[in-house]
Design a protein around this ligand. Structure first.
Ligand code: MEV
Length: 310
Protein backbone atom coordinates (compact mmCIF):
# COMPACT_ATOMS: atom_id res chain seq x y z
CA UNK A 1 0.00 0.00 0.00
CA UNK A 2 1.30 3.45 -0.94
CA UNK A 3 2.13 5.61 2.08
CA UNK A 4 3.43 9.21 2.06
CA UNK A 5 5.07 10.43 5.24
CA UNK A 6 6.15 13.94 6.28
CA UNK A 7 7.68 15.40 9.41
CA UNK A 8 7.72 19.09 10.35
CA UNK A 9 9.49 20.67 13.32
CA UNK A 10 7.98 22.74 16.12
CA UNK A 11 9.13 26.34 16.45
CA UNK A 12 10.02 28.98 19.00
CA UNK A 13 9.84 32.70 18.45
CA UNK A 14 13.09 34.23 19.67
CA UNK A 15 11.89 37.85 19.37
CA UNK A 16 9.02 39.76 17.79
CA UNK A 17 5.83 37.80 18.52
CA UNK A 18 2.59 39.80 18.38
CA UNK A 19 4.30 42.82 16.77
CA UNK A 20 5.00 40.61 13.73
CA UNK A 21 1.23 40.45 13.14
CA UNK A 22 1.36 44.21 12.40
CA UNK A 23 4.49 44.12 10.26
CA UNK A 24 7.53 44.10 12.61
CA UNK A 25 10.45 41.74 12.11
CA UNK A 26 10.41 38.50 14.11
CA UNK A 27 13.17 35.95 14.60
CA UNK A 28 12.05 32.33 14.88
CA UNK A 29 13.83 28.97 15.08
CA UNK A 30 12.78 25.40 14.37
CA UNK A 31 12.92 23.06 17.39
CA UNK A 32 13.78 19.38 17.76
CA UNK A 33 10.16 18.26 18.39
CA UNK A 34 8.11 17.01 15.47
CA UNK A 35 4.70 16.48 14.01
CA UNK A 36 4.47 13.45 11.71
CA UNK A 37 1.74 13.09 9.09
CA UNK A 38 1.03 9.96 7.07
CA UNK A 39 -1.26 9.70 4.07
CA UNK A 40 -2.61 6.29 3.05
CA UNK A 41 -5.31 4.95 0.75
CA UNK A 42 -8.99 5.32 1.76
CA UNK A 43 -12.34 5.66 -0.02
CA UNK A 44 -12.99 9.08 1.46
CA UNK A 45 -11.14 11.80 3.38
CA UNK A 46 -10.45 10.85 7.00
CA UNK A 47 -8.25 12.55 9.58
CA UNK A 48 -7.01 10.81 12.75
CA UNK A 49 -4.79 12.59 15.18
CA UNK A 50 -2.95 11.52 18.24
CA UNK A 51 -0.62 13.43 20.52
CA UNK A 52 2.35 12.03 22.38
CA UNK A 53 2.47 12.32 26.18
CA UNK A 54 -1.14 13.50 26.64
CA UNK A 55 -0.23 16.80 25.03
CA UNK A 56 -3.55 17.52 23.30
CA UNK A 57 -4.29 16.19 19.82
CA UNK A 58 -4.06 18.51 16.81
CA UNK A 59 -7.57 19.52 15.74
CA UNK A 60 -8.85 17.97 12.49
CA UNK A 61 -10.83 21.04 11.25
CA UNK A 62 -7.88 23.13 10.01
CA UNK A 63 -6.27 20.04 8.49
CA UNK A 64 -9.40 19.27 6.48
CA UNK A 65 -9.34 22.83 5.13
CA UNK A 66 -5.70 22.51 4.04
CA UNK A 67 -6.45 19.24 2.25
CA UNK A 68 -9.55 20.63 0.52
CA UNK A 69 -7.66 23.75 -0.62
CA UNK A 70 -4.87 21.60 -2.03
CA UNK A 71 -7.29 19.25 -3.73
CA UNK A 72 -8.97 22.14 -5.54
CA UNK A 73 -5.72 23.97 -6.44
CA UNK A 74 -3.83 20.89 -7.64
CA UNK A 75 -6.82 18.92 -8.97
CA UNK A 76 -6.67 15.62 -7.12
CA UNK A 77 -9.50 13.77 -5.38
CA UNK A 78 -9.40 14.20 -1.60
CA UNK A 79 -9.90 10.52 -0.91
CA UNK A 80 -7.24 9.27 1.48
CA UNK A 81 -6.62 8.92 5.17
CA UNK A 82 -4.40 11.45 7.01
CA UNK A 83 -2.91 10.26 10.31
CA UNK A 84 -1.15 12.76 12.55
CA UNK A 85 1.16 12.05 15.48
CA UNK A 86 2.46 15.03 17.40
CA UNK A 87 5.26 15.51 19.92
CA UNK A 88 4.35 19.20 20.19
CA UNK A 89 1.99 20.12 23.03
CA UNK A 90 -1.04 22.00 21.65
CA UNK A 91 -1.57 25.52 23.05
CA UNK A 92 2.02 25.72 24.33
CA UNK A 93 3.37 28.38 21.96
CA UNK A 94 5.61 25.91 20.14
CA UNK A 95 3.73 26.01 16.85
CA UNK A 96 1.69 22.82 17.14
CA UNK A 97 -0.95 23.97 14.63
CA UNK A 98 1.56 25.29 12.06
CA UNK A 99 3.80 22.20 12.32
CA UNK A 100 0.70 20.02 11.88
CA UNK A 101 -0.58 21.82 8.80
CA UNK A 102 2.90 22.02 7.22
CA UNK A 103 3.45 18.27 7.80
CA UNK A 104 0.00 17.44 6.42
CA UNK A 105 0.49 19.67 3.35
CA UNK A 106 3.86 17.98 2.66
CA UNK A 107 2.51 14.43 3.07
CA UNK A 108 -0.57 15.18 0.92
CA UNK A 109 1.60 16.79 -1.78
CA UNK A 110 3.97 13.79 -1.79
CA UNK A 111 1.08 11.30 -1.94
CA UNK A 112 -0.42 13.11 -4.94
CA UNK A 113 2.96 13.66 -6.70
CA UNK A 114 2.73 17.45 -6.39
CA UNK A 115 6.18 18.97 -6.04
CA UNK A 116 6.07 21.85 -3.51
CA UNK A 117 8.98 23.73 -1.89
CA UNK A 118 9.05 25.18 1.63
CA UNK A 119 7.41 28.49 0.72
CA UNK A 120 4.53 26.76 -1.11
CA UNK A 121 4.01 24.39 1.82
CA UNK A 122 3.97 27.38 4.19
CA UNK A 123 1.36 29.02 1.93
CA UNK A 124 -0.86 25.92 2.03
CA UNK A 125 -0.41 25.66 5.82
CA UNK A 126 -1.74 29.22 6.16
CA UNK A 127 -5.19 27.98 5.09
CA UNK A 128 -5.27 25.98 8.34
CA UNK A 129 -3.58 28.71 10.40
CA UNK A 130 -6.22 31.26 9.35
CA UNK A 131 -8.89 28.92 10.65
CA UNK A 132 -7.04 28.55 13.98
CA UNK A 133 -5.75 32.09 14.59
CA UNK A 134 -7.82 34.20 12.16
CA UNK A 135 -5.03 36.75 11.43
CA UNK A 136 -1.75 34.79 11.60
CA UNK A 137 1.39 36.64 10.52
CA UNK A 138 2.73 33.53 8.81
CA UNK A 139 5.93 33.32 10.87
CA UNK A 140 5.04 29.94 12.39
CA UNK A 141 4.29 28.32 9.03
CA UNK A 142 7.43 29.84 7.46
CA UNK A 143 9.82 28.46 10.08
CA UNK A 144 8.11 25.07 10.44
CA UNK A 145 8.46 24.64 6.67
CA UNK A 146 11.96 26.08 6.17
CA UNK A 147 13.60 24.95 9.45
CA UNK A 148 16.75 26.59 10.83
CA UNK A 149 16.50 30.21 11.94
CA UNK A 150 14.31 32.63 10.03
CA UNK A 151 14.00 36.40 10.10
CA UNK A 152 10.41 37.07 9.10
CA UNK A 153 8.42 40.12 8.14
CA UNK A 154 4.87 40.01 6.82
CA UNK A 155 4.73 40.39 3.04
CA UNK A 156 8.49 39.88 2.49
CA UNK A 157 10.41 36.71 1.59
CA UNK A 158 11.54 35.06 4.86
CA UNK A 159 15.33 35.42 5.32
CA UNK A 160 17.36 32.42 6.42
CA UNK A 161 19.77 33.29 9.24
CA UNK A 162 22.89 31.23 8.66
CA UNK A 163 24.18 29.66 11.89
CA UNK A 164 27.82 28.65 11.39
CA UNK A 165 27.72 26.33 14.43
CA UNK A 166 25.26 24.68 16.79
CA UNK A 167 23.50 26.83 19.39
CA UNK A 168 21.64 25.71 22.51
CA UNK A 169 18.49 27.28 23.85
CA UNK A 170 16.45 26.19 26.84
CA UNK A 171 12.68 25.85 26.45
CA UNK A 172 10.34 25.35 29.42
CA UNK A 173 6.58 24.84 29.45
CA UNK A 174 4.49 26.61 32.10
CA UNK A 175 1.90 23.82 31.92
CA UNK A 176 -0.74 26.44 31.03
CA UNK A 177 -2.32 25.99 27.60
CA UNK A 178 -4.01 28.96 25.96
CA UNK A 179 -5.59 30.00 22.68
CA UNK A 180 -3.34 32.15 20.48
CA UNK A 181 -6.41 33.77 18.94
CA UNK A 182 -7.52 35.21 22.31
CA UNK A 183 -4.05 36.63 22.98
CA UNK A 184 -3.94 38.26 19.54
CA UNK A 185 -7.31 39.96 20.06
CA UNK A 186 -6.19 41.25 23.46
CA UNK A 187 -3.13 42.85 21.85
CA UNK A 188 -5.14 44.28 18.96
CA UNK A 189 -7.54 45.99 21.40
CA UNK A 190 -4.53 47.66 23.04
CA UNK A 191 -3.13 48.69 19.64
CA UNK A 192 -6.48 50.24 18.71
CA UNK A 193 -6.62 52.14 22.00
CA UNK A 194 -3.02 53.49 21.80
CA UNK A 195 -1.95 53.41 18.12
CA UNK A 196 1.00 55.84 18.47
CA UNK A 197 2.50 54.21 21.54
CA UNK A 198 2.04 50.82 19.94
CA UNK A 199 3.87 51.99 16.82
CA UNK A 200 6.88 52.99 18.95
CA UNK A 201 6.97 49.60 20.67
CA UNK A 202 6.65 47.84 17.31
CA UNK A 203 9.64 49.72 15.91
CA UNK A 204 11.71 48.87 19.01
CA UNK A 205 10.78 45.18 18.81
CA UNK A 206 11.59 45.07 15.07
CA UNK A 207 15.07 46.44 15.89
CA UNK A 208 15.45 43.78 18.62
CA UNK A 209 14.76 41.02 16.06
CA UNK A 210 17.34 42.36 13.59
CA UNK A 211 19.96 42.64 16.36
CA UNK A 212 19.01 39.24 17.83
CA UNK A 213 19.50 37.53 14.46
CA UNK A 214 23.07 38.85 14.26
CA UNK A 215 23.84 37.83 17.84
CA UNK A 216 22.40 34.35 17.38
CA UNK A 217 24.42 33.93 14.17
CA UNK A 218 27.67 35.04 15.81
CA UNK A 219 27.02 33.00 18.97
CA UNK A 220 26.96 36.06 21.24
CA UNK A 221 24.49 34.51 23.67
CA UNK A 222 25.12 37.16 26.30
CA UNK A 223 23.82 40.02 24.14
CA UNK A 224 21.08 37.77 22.80
CA UNK A 225 20.04 37.21 26.43
CA UNK A 226 19.88 40.95 27.09
CA UNK A 227 17.64 41.36 24.04
CA UNK A 228 15.38 38.56 25.32
CA UNK A 229 15.02 40.40 28.65
CA UNK A 230 14.09 43.62 26.84
CA UNK A 231 11.59 41.83 24.64
CA UNK A 232 10.02 40.11 27.67
CA UNK A 233 9.57 43.50 29.34
CA UNK A 234 7.73 44.79 26.26
CA UNK A 235 5.54 41.69 26.12
CA UNK A 236 4.71 42.09 29.82
CA UNK A 237 3.83 45.72 29.19
CA UNK A 238 1.27 44.75 26.57
CA UNK A 239 -0.32 42.25 28.95
CA UNK A 240 0.61 38.88 27.45
CA UNK A 241 2.81 37.63 30.27
CA UNK A 242 1.50 36.39 33.61
CA UNK A 243 2.81 35.62 37.09
CA UNK A 244 3.86 32.10 36.29
CA UNK A 245 5.80 33.10 33.14
CA UNK A 246 7.46 36.00 35.00
CA UNK A 247 8.48 33.66 37.82
CA UNK A 248 9.95 31.17 35.30
CA UNK A 249 11.92 34.01 33.69
CA UNK A 250 13.14 35.19 37.13
CA UNK A 251 14.08 31.64 38.15
CA UNK A 252 16.13 31.20 34.94
CA UNK A 253 17.97 34.48 35.56
CA UNK A 254 18.65 33.53 39.19
CA UNK A 255 20.18 30.26 37.93
CA UNK A 256 22.65 32.23 35.79
CA UNK A 257 20.84 32.62 32.45
CA UNK A 258 21.86 35.59 30.30
CA UNK A 259 18.22 36.27 29.47
CA UNK A 260 14.76 34.77 29.16
CA UNK A 261 11.35 35.65 27.79
CA UNK A 262 7.98 34.16 27.07
CA UNK A 263 7.80 32.73 23.56
CA UNK A 264 4.75 32.65 21.30
CA UNK A 265 1.41 34.21 22.13
CA UNK A 266 1.91 34.22 25.92
CA UNK A 267 -0.80 34.04 28.59
CA UNK A 268 0.78 30.63 29.36
CA UNK A 269 2.74 28.43 27.02
CA UNK A 270 6.53 28.44 27.12
CA UNK A 271 9.60 30.51 27.92
CA UNK A 272 12.86 30.56 25.98
CA UNK A 273 16.20 31.03 27.73
CA UNK A 274 19.70 32.00 26.53
CA UNK A 275 22.42 30.80 28.88
CA UNK A 276 26.21 30.75 29.10
CA UNK A 277 27.76 27.74 27.36
CA UNK A 278 27.85 24.78 29.73
CA UNK A 279 25.13 26.18 32.02
CA UNK A 280 22.14 25.21 29.90
CA UNK A 281 21.76 21.71 31.35
CA UNK A 282 21.75 22.93 34.95
CA UNK A 283 19.05 25.48 34.04
CA UNK A 284 16.98 22.69 32.46
CA UNK A 285 17.36 20.61 35.67
CA UNK A 286 16.62 23.63 37.86
CA UNK A 287 13.40 24.38 35.96
CA UNK A 288 12.41 20.71 36.06
CA UNK A 289 13.07 20.74 39.81
CA UNK A 290 10.51 23.57 40.06
CA UNK A 291 7.97 21.35 38.30
CA UNK A 292 8.24 22.66 34.73
CA UNK A 293 8.72 20.50 31.67
CA UNK A 294 12.01 21.82 30.27
CA UNK A 295 14.32 20.71 27.48
CA UNK A 296 17.49 21.75 25.75
CA UNK A 297 16.97 22.64 22.08
CA UNK A 298 20.03 22.22 19.90
CA UNK A 299 19.59 24.27 16.76
CA UNK A 300 19.62 24.49 13.79
CA UNK A 301 16.98 21.85 13.08
CA UNK A 302 15.98 20.96 9.52
CA UNK A 303 12.63 21.94 8.05
CA UNK A 304 9.79 19.79 6.76
CA UNK A 305 10.71 16.66 4.84
CA UNK A 306 8.59 14.07 3.12
CA UNK A 307 9.04 10.66 1.49
CA UNK A 308 7.13 7.69 0.07
CA UNK A 309 7.04 4.26 1.71
CA UNK A 310 5.46 1.16 0.25
C1 MEV B 1 2.32 32.90 17.57
O1 MEV B 1 3.29 31.87 17.52
C2 MEV B 1 2.96 34.21 17.24
C3 MEV B 1 2.04 35.41 17.21
O2 MEV B 1 2.87 36.53 16.85
C4 MEV B 1 0.94 35.25 16.20
C5 MEV B 1 1.41 35.29 14.75
O3 MEV B 1 2.50 35.75 14.46
O4 MEV B 1 0.62 34.85 13.90
C6 MEV B 1 1.44 35.71 18.57
Amino acid sequence: MKRAVAEAPAKAIVTGEHFVVDGSWALAVALPRKVRAEVTEADELRVDSEAGGGSGSPRPGPVLEVVRAMSSEFSFAPSFRVSIRSQVPAGSGLGSSAATSVAVAAAVARYNSVDLGASELARMSMVGEKRVHRTPSGVDSAVCAAGGAVLFRRGAEPRTVHLPGARSLVIAFSGQRRATRRQISKVSRLRDAFPHMFEGLAAAVGAMSLEASERLASGDMETLGRILNLNHAVLSSIGVSNQRLDSMVDASLSMGAFGAKLTGAGGGGCILVAAPEGKEKSIVSGLRGRGFEAFLAEIPVEGVKSWLES
